[in-house]
Design a protein around this ligand. Structure first.
Ligand SMILES: Cc1cc2nc3c(=O)[nH]c(=O)nc-3n(C[C@H](O)[C@H](O)[C@H](O)COP(=O)(O)OP(=O)(O)OC[C@H]3O[C@@H](n4cnc5c(N)ncnc54)[C@H](O)[C@@H]3O)c2cc1C
Length: 301
């Protein structure tokens, strides 16, 4: 039986793997290869890389560091998780893997505007499409920026980005905006333009991302979809863990879910969706897991 199975090898899962492997624990690391960090063309807000670093390079460095201490990333999707008498059982393919503790670091998946995979990848790589104002709002300072969204989420994102540029437009993804008077007033007061959708027919035109709206074709230096995310917390919920309404896992300040022995870190928990936060939570989770296991059975060399 493994001491801990880590599900997910993004910044959270890999940080935990480094810690747990260096605690001399027997771990297993499953990953299905869809880290949100792999979509980052170049992060400039992650401390320690003054020239910035691509998400893929950062993940490769973290994996190399974990491997140095014996961790192995197994490319596989965990499809089931249940509590057992002495811990948990994770299901992968046709096999069951028992472990004394589980760390869920499965992240989230952003809802995307409707466009081809190729166009999405090129627009991301060129910074024409962005998903994280906290991460890269700086890069759109004084540029022409569009947010695809409406309601609270769209308004919050547009108002946040208004701190970087005066040329801000909020475009409804579907037909008309869904904006109560107070949100509309907030947008007006901030000078954010409002355009109805539906949005469609996306294409890169020159150095801009263009698309159709109810008021004709528009083009922006950068477009932020504010369409929400799918939280990959299903496995933990299956094992009995409590989640908030949006699907984010509830954890205490040691990253413990409501199920003893089941921990969570990174975007899948409620909190700031950032690399630094994912890493910090994973460090806390890994250390708590180590101490919990040592209480159950003294760890000796
Ligand atoms: C375009 C973009 C730009 C960003 N820029 C920045 C930035 O500049 N700075 C910053 O701090 N943050 C940035 N972020 C946010 C950052 O990527 C996330 O906060 C970070 O990746 C969260 O790490 P995580 O480990 O929680 O999740 P993820 O990185 O998403 O990793 C989760 C992992 O779990 C695996 N997984 C999921 N389910 C299963 C399963 N059932 N079985 C096995 N494996 C599974 C996935 O394959 C994935 O590898 C950006 C995000 C995007 C999309």
């Amino acid at each position: 039986m493994d001491d801990c199975i880590i599900i997910g090898a993004g910044p959270a899962g890999l940080t935990a793997a480094i810690y747990l492997a260096r605690f001399h624990l027997r771990i297993r690391l499953f990953d299905c290869g869809t880290s949100r960090a792999a979509l980052i063309a170049c992060t400039h807000n992650h401390a320690g890389y003054p020239e910035g670093i691509s998400g893929k390079d950062l993940l490769a460095r973290m994996l190399a560091q974990a491997e140095r201490y014996g961790a192995v990333r197994e490319l596989a999707e965990v499809t089931g998780l249940r509590a057992a008498e002495t811990g948990f059982v994770a299901r992968v393919g046709e096999r069951d893997y028992p472990a004394r503790a589980i760390l869920l670091a499965t992240g989230v998946v952003n809802h995307r505007p409707e466009m081809s995979e190729t166009l999405h990848a090129e627009a991301l790589a060129r910074g024409l499409l962005r998903y994280c104002p906290i991460c890269d709002g700086y890069e759109v300072t004084d540029r022409r920026v569009g947010v695809i969204g409406t309601g609270d989420r769209g308004t919050n994102e547009a108002i946040f980005l208004r701190g970087y540029t005066a040329d801000m437009t909020l475009i409804a993804p579907e037909a008309e905006h869904d904006l109560p008077d107070e949100l509309a007033a907030e947008l007006d007061e901030a000078g954010v333009k409002r355009i109805d959708g539906p949005c469609g027919n996306y294409a890169i035109e020159g150095d801009r991302l263009a698309f159709d709206t109810a008021q004709g074709r528009l083009a922006f230096d950068s477009v932020y979809p504010a369409l929400g995310s799918r939280i990959r917390s299903g496995l933990a919920i299956q094992a009995g863990a409590r989640a908030a309404e949006d699907g984010c896992l509830e954890v205490d300040d040691h990253q413990r879910t409501s199920v003893p022995g089941l921990f969570a870190a990174g975007d899948v928990t409620k909190g700031l969706d950032q690399i630094s936060h994912a890493m910090g939570e994973a460090g806390v989770a890994a250390t708590t897991i180590r101490n919990m296991l040592a209480e159950q059975r003294p760890l000796r060399r």
